[in-house]
Ligand binder design. Sequence first.
Ligand SMILES: NC(=O)c1ccc[n+]([C@@H]2O[C@H](COP(=O)([O-])OP(=O)(O)OC[C@H]3O[C@@H](n4cnc5c(N)ncnc54)[C@H](OP(=O)(O)O)[C@@H]3O)[C@@H](O)[C@H]2O)c1
Length: 231
Amino acid sequence: VRTDLPTVAVVRLARTKEQQVRIGILGTGTLAAGLGAGWSRAGHEVVVAGRSAGKARALADRLGTGVRAATPAEAVAGAGAVLLAVAWEGVEDILRLAVPLAGAVLIDPTNPVEHGVGVVRVAGGGSAAERIAELTPGARVVKAFHLFPADRWTDPPAGEPPVTVAMCGDDPDALRVAGELVRAVGAVPAVLGPLHRARQLEEVAGFVIGLAFAGVDPNAAIPRVPTPVAG
Ligand SMILES: NC(=O)c1ccc[n+]([C@@H]2O[C@H](COP(=O)([O-])OP(=O)(O)OC[C@H]3O[C@@H](n4cnc5c(N)ncnc54)[C@H](OP(=O)(O)O)[C@@H]3O)[C@@H](O)[C@H]2O)c1
């Protein structure tokens, strides 16, 4: 913070810095591109990384200002949040490269589902999010961003109200950070419960995928329930 500036300007600079999160994105595919674009547009610093350094560089070039490429270990070092945007089958491989993750806010948007069918398959049962938490001791895992297609964050339909991103996690501060990153892309965060409920969120994605691939509108298969007034 520069101290030779008038007080008001100093305060504004300090707040801007405080609100900016450095986000490490593991993965260089469709979701990495969508959320990377949304978060950099919102003024956050985005570092992208994957098993292919070339793909990470190409994505950073495509996303432009405020986005740079790094190795997985560099992307997670000191990051305020890490997005695990890889195919479920690649999670263990990328986590071996992205160390250390202890203490990190680790956002899990993965869908461990059978393509086009929607059956959730996690070896040993439970959820992908809980499996990721087992693989990353000390990381603060939040399940979020698994339900909406990536283009929701780059090209939201005009005139529609903001969508809700339902999340699960055990760490209140990690849920707060993830919630801020939900707001940064124009959505509203909602906490369903602790991480042990993540399987329920993952099954919702399987439900949506299963019906959509069968040619049925999943939105039409959910009742409109009146929302009770909070408090
Ligand atoms: N796309 C969406 O709209 C969307 C929405 C919500 C949630 N998701 C979830 O987000 C995750 C990423 O989806 P996506 O659509 O971005 O997929 P994608 O475009 O196919 O990209 C997949 C990413 O995973 C990486 N990967 C695959 N196997 C790997 C391995 N063994 N080791 C390291 N990296 C590996 C790929 O690296 P290479 O390019 O080097 O193969 C690529 O960076 C998935 O779990 C998906 O279910 C996607």
